[in-house]
Design a binder for this molecule. Structure first.
Ligand SMILES: Cc1ncc(COP(=O)(O)O)c(C=O)c1O
Length: 459
């Protein structure tokens, strides 16, 4: 222990407060991490499931007879009851009284419904933040195919936050368009930056419909839809509580429900169809967008998962994740070589109070050369440390972090009909991508210290 009092104070302020609840949860629900000696730091990729929720769900499946919904037989009725109870739980969890909850396969499935059904036309605009997941970026193709236009609002290189002036300008720029959709993530899946939810109301006041991609935000933050009221919200449940995979939802504000124009119908989405005449009536609630048979065996586990989160409390999770990430950030920031050169460069804001439990970074050797992220990941893999690297389906952030210009990208894309990330790096003659580390409910200080030690040894 240092005798320097200022050092002691700085050091102890870094320690994560020992919240016995999280220690208990780690022991009872995630003990498999310790049994495997596994340091899991990819919570933004996918959360880990608590054992309790898994067992509860297994017990349900083992003890009940569940059949395909949409019938009056008892097996069917029980499935319907459980699915509707899960749906009610989702609406309650997000305080979403004014919304429909449409179950989808994942957040991408939710985003696709919006892209496909939003009434884009030749006067339409799709405005997206440069910091968006590709499942949001892809909506621009629906807009283009219907003759509309799209634009991106830039983010700042320094802190990866929204360029406020530019966004205000862009929101004011299309006063005559009727169908204008603005999409942004409540939290970046790459930098962890939480974008200000005030933009929802600002955009709506300027006549825009707002699509909030909440997939990376809701696992560790409260989304209260009685306060912030985007028109459409996308969510993947495995990101919140790990199990089951394959279920997400689209929350649609009831007042915007009719604005989504479904281009076809399918089993389960209609109240009546004729074959002799070209008529059909679409269902007037969530069923309109739930194509075919729902995943009725897994959907009941959504309720169990949300109840697990409630037993901890989402605000407590926010606080815990913030402590964890601040600890990691402060430690990594100060890792240097003997000559003072930094080992790590972390992207995004220095003030982590505006960000969640995700950090992206690059690592440097003693000569100041960037260590390829593939090499970093391989070396972490060998130590059973699960991290993620690449561009995380969010090319906008990567282009900003690596200062890649539009003309350079155009030169690449116009030079060939197909390509990939590696090919592009070779063409541009630069390294792209980064390493992402993300924490969650199951993370403890030991996990972070394992990772810090790994970085200390990296050269
Ligand atoms: C912010 C964000 N949006 C959308 C998605 C897509 O989610 P999914 O792959 O579950 O559809 C992700 C996944 O990482 C995400 O983090």
């Amino acid at each position: 222990m240092s005798n320097n009092p200022s050092h002691q104070t700085a050091h102890s302020s870094l320690l994560i407060s020992q919240d016995s609840l999280f220690t208990h949860i780690r022991h009872t629900e995630f003990n498999r991490l310790d049994q495997h000696g596994h340091t899991y730091l990819d919570f933004t990729g996918g959360n880990l499931y608590p054992e309790k929720a898994l067992l509860q769900h297994q017990n349900l499946l083992r003890s009940e007879i569940l059949g395909n919904p949409h019938s009056t037989n008892p097996a069917s009725l029980l499935s319907t009851t459980l699915v509707e109870s899960a749906r009610a739980k989702v609406l309650d969890f997000f305080r979403a009284e004014d919304y429909f909850c449409i179950f989808t396969q994942n957040a991408t499935g939710a985003l696709k419904i919006v892209g496909e059904c939003y009434p884009f036309d030749q006067q339409s605009y799709f405005l997206a933040l440069a910091d968006n997941h590709n499942s949001v970026n892809g909506i621009r193709e629906f807009c283009l195919h219907k003759g509309g236009r799209y634009e991106y609002c830039p983010i700042h290189y320094e802190d990866l936050g929204i360029d406020h002036e530019k966004l205000e300008e862009l929101l004011a720029a299309q006063p005559d368009s009727t169908h204008k959709l603005f999409a942004f993530p409540a939290q970046s899946n790459v930098s962890g930056v939480k974008h200000d939810l005030k933009w929802i109301a600002t955009a709506q006041d300027a006549g825009w419909d707002v699509l909030l991609d909440a997939a990376a935000f809701v696992p560790t933050s409260r989304l209260d839809l009685s306060v912030h009221k985007p028109d459409f919200v996308s969510i993947s449940f495995y990101k919140i509580f790990g199990y089951p995979t394959g279920i997400g939802c689209l929350l649609v504000k009831k007042s915007k429900f009719e604005k989504l124009q479904k281009p076809w119908f399918a089993g389960g989405t209609v109240t009546l169809v004729s074959v002799a005449t070209p008529n059909h009536y679409l269902a007037n609630n969530h069923e309109r967008f739930e194509d075919g048979t729902l995943n009725y065996l897994d959907i009941p586990a959504i309720k169990t998962g949300l109840e697990f989160i409630e037993t901890i409390g989402i605000e407590r999770i926010t606080e815990r994740v913030s402590q964890l990430i601040n600890y990691l950030y402060e430690k990594l920031k100060h890792l240097t070589y003997p000559d003072g050169r930094p080992k790590v460069r972390i992207f995004g804001p220095e003030d982590r109070s505006r960000a969640g439990g995700t950090l992206i970074m690059n690592f440097y050797d003693p000569n100041g050369e960037r260590i390829p992220f593939e090499e970093v990941e391989q070396r972490a893999n060998a130590l059973k440390i699960s991290i993620r690297s690449g561009c995380f389906c969010n090319p906008g952030i990567d282009e900003v972090n690596n200062c890649i210009t539009g003309p350079a990208l155009s030169a690449y894309f116009s030079s060939r009909n197909k390509g990939d990330y590696k090919d592009m790096m070779a063409f541009l003659g630069i390294m792209r991508g980064a390493t992402r580390v993300s924490v969650g409910i199951a993370t403890n200080q030991k996990d972070l210290d394992n990772f810090i030690e790994f970085v200390e040894r990296l050269q």
